[in-house]
Design a binder for this molecule. Structure first.
Ligand code: GLN
Length: 195
C-alpha cells in the first residue's frame, strides 16, 4: 500500500495510524526529517496545536514539513492539524506558528468552553450521499476561505469546518473517532495519484 506518515509529536496519533492501516496503507510515525522523507503523504492529528508547533520546531520538523507541503505532498489535518495547516491562526497562543499551506483564517477553540465537544451530521457532496458524522472536540472554525482554497463542508449555521486546497485537506473535526474513513481514503487517493 501507499507509504504515509502520521506526525507523531503529540495528539491522537494511534487513531489515525489504525484507520490508515485499515485502509491498506503502510504507516510510519513521523518525528524526524528522515522519517518524513520516507513517506508520500502526511496526516497531522488532533491534539494541541501550540504543543505540536513547539515540538515540530524543537525536532527540526517545521522547515521540512513546509517544504514538503510546498512540493505538493498530500496532507490531511484534523482539528489541531487544521490549525497547523492554516496560513493565519486567530486566538493562537503567543509565539505560536503554523506550517501553513491552506489559504484560510482559522480561529482556535472557536466553539467555546461551555460546549467542549459535540457531534453533527454534515452533508459533503464531494464524499457521496451518506452524511458525515463529525465529532468536534474544542475544534477550530474556518473564519474565512481565501481564493486558493475551497470550502468542503459547513455546519447548518454556515460556519465552514472542512477545506481543501490541492492535495491539502483540513477538517475542524475528528473523523478518526467516529469511524468515518472517507477523508483518509481521499487522502490516500491523492497519495496514489502522485505515483
Ligand atoms: N484546541 C486544540 C488546539 O488549539 C485543538 C483541539 C483538537 O485537536 N481536538 O490545538
Amino acid at each position: 500500500g501507499p507509504r504515509v506518515g502520521v506526525l507523531a509529536l503529540q495528539g491522537d496519533v494511534r487513531e489515525h495510524a489504525a484507520l490508515l492501516e485499515g485502509l491498506g496503507a503502510e504507516v510510519t510515525l513521523v518525528r524526524r526529517p528522515a522519517e518524513l522523507a520516507a513517506v508520500d503523504g502526511l496526516v497531522i492529528p488532533g491534539g494541541e496545536s501550540s504543543v505540536i508547533d513547539k515540538l515540530s520546531r524543537l525536532f527540526g520538523m517545521q522547515e521540512p514539513i513546509r517544504a514538503a507541503i510546498a512540493e505538493g505532498m498530500p496532507v490531511l489535518g484534523t482539528c489541531a492539524g487544521l490549525i497547523l495547516l492554516a496560513d493565519t491562526v486567530l486566538d493562537a497562543i503567543e509565539g505560536q506558528e503554523s506550517f501553513g499551506g491552506l489559504d484560510v483564517v482559522v480561529r482556535r477553540n472557536a466553539f467555546g468552553r461551555q460546549v467542549e465537544s459535540f457531534e453533527a451530521e454534515l452533508d459533503i457532496p464531494a464524499l457521496g450521499s451518506d452524511p458525515v458524522r463529525a465529532a468536534f472536540i474544542r475544534g477550530p472554525v474556518v473564519e474565512s476561505v481565501g481564493p486558493s482554497a475551497t470550502p468542503l463542508a459547513a455546519l447548518p449555521d454556515g460556519r465552514v469546518v472542512a477545506v481543501e486546497q490541492g492535495a491539502i485537506l483540513g477538517l475542524s473535526f475528528h473523523p478518526e473517532i467516529t469511524g468515518e474513513t472517507r477523508f483518509h481514503q481521499r487522502f490516500l487517493d491523492r497519495v496514489a495519484l502522485r505515483h
